[in-house]
Write a protein that binds this ligand. Structure first.
Ligand code: OSB
Ligand code: MG
Length: 377
């Protein structure tokens, strides 16, 4: 029987927002910069029947997309949360519609929708995985490896993750750190499942260079061009044998449908934050499945909150490629949940507990909180 993705309305008494600073176990470098500390917003939805949790996956600066922590914070407290509190009760499936008049701010909206959904499912005693219609109890774990000092350091980092059992490696690339880095990993480890992520660092003028990646038999190249370069991605995809996967460009189900129609992508990376929430993420999964496109679950250095939710999402049947679903220890020495996600035989378990299936470690949460505000009814 197909899942009934519908939950009971909740009465919100207020929403608590926190900015957290979580130290990373090692710096994470992409074409747009280096992070040493993960800055993230955690949302607690308060109801008479208990709390629900969500995560706003913005970063400190608007480099991956236009969203950033303090922009999201302002949008949340000034516009988005008051709109939710304006309703006597609200179901998670109504959150997107209530927030739709406010343009953009998808990561902020996703954090709210997730917190409401978690509260509702906990109150009903259902797991997020069951709600979504997850079909597996564990999912293969891929790892995203940042740009290192040099190719030798990259080989060492990748070797460590392979030793841990990761089922797929993704390396970040940028101009000047592409062919040699990829060649070094292929030379060291042979035909491991390998893909590259450019985070928009190229233009169509780089098509000849990007076509040289074809010789490495990569699973895919992720987001070579700018967010709004849909037509250029289609032109590039026609030139490459490597499948083109879009991340930044796919901000909604509509954007996914357009990219597919224009043949700008043959694979899509689904991130709930980037598209405004897990329900929009599922809509993208459903339409890609109908169109025959493989999808995989992307990551935004989530805490244990988003990591639990992503594992459930990635257990849907259309997620046929390993996601950026790593163990908490890939990024954090200490997480904010009582049982951080672990790697087991190259897989991560899909949580079965009520709601997102994780419990918050309040002491850890407090220890990492640098800013806090409650917006009450
Ligand atoms: O492009 O997938 C990306 C992290 C921050 C911003 C963008 C991206 C990433 C990652 C990390 O690659 C994936 C993860 O959380 O494991
Ligand atoms: Mg990406």
């Amino acid at each position: 029987m197909p899942p009934v993705r519908s939950s009971a309305p909740v009465r919100l008494s207020g929403l608590e927002l926190r900015v957290l600073h979580l130290p990373l176990v090692s710096p994470f470098t992409t074409s747009f910069g280096t992070e040493d500390v993960r800055e993230v917003i955690v949302v607690r939805a308060r109801t008479a029947d208990g709390d629900g949790w969500g995560e706003v996956v913005t970063q400190h600066a608007p480099l991956y997309s236009s969203e950033y922590t303090h922009g999201a914070w302002d949008a949340l407290r000034r516009w988005l949360i008051p709109a939710l509190l304006d309703r006597p009760t609200i179901a998670a499936e109504e959150v997107g519609g209530v927030l739709a008049p406010f343009v953009g701010h998808r990561m902020a909206k996703a954090g709210l929708e997730t917190a409401v959904l978690d509260a509702a499912l906990r109150a009903e005693g259902r797991s997020f995985a069951a709600y979504l219609g997850a079909e597996r109890d564990r999912v293969p774990a891929g790892v995203s490896v940042g740009i290192q000092r040099d190719p030798a350091a990259l080989v060492q980092a990748v070797g460590g993750y392979l030793d841990e059992g990761y089922a797929r490696i993704k390396i970040k690339i940028k101009p000047g750190r592409d062919l040699a880095d990829t060649a070094a990993v292929r030379d060291a480890f042979g035909m491991i499942p390998l893909q590259v992520d450019a985070n928009s660092a190229y233009t169509l003028a780089d098509a000849d260079l990007l076509a040289e990646l074809d010789r490495f038999d990569l699973l895919l190249i992720e987001q070579p061009l700018q967010e709004d370069d849909i037509v250029d991605h289609a032109a590039l995809a026609a030139r490459l044998r490597t499948p083109v996967c879009l991340d930044e460009s796919i901000v909604s189900a509509k954007a996914a449908a357009d990219a597919i129609a224009l043949r700008a992508a043959s694979v899509i990376n689904i991130k709930a934050g980037r598209v405004g929430g897990y329900l929009e993420a599922v809509a993208i999964h459903d339409l890609c499945r109908a169109a025959g496109l493989p999808v995989w679950c992307g990551g935004m250095l989530e805490t244990g909150i988003g990591r639990a939710a992503n594992a459930a999402l990635a257990a849907l049947p259309g997620f046929t490629l390993p996601g950026d679903i790593s163990a908490s220890s890939r990024f954090y020495e200490r997480d904010i949940v009582t049982e951080p996600v672990v790697l087991d035989d190259g897989h991560v378990r899909v949580p079965t507990g009520h709601g997102l299936g994780m419990e918050i470690d309040e002491a850890a949460l407090d220890a990492f909180t640098v800013q806090r505000e409650t917006i009450a009814r």
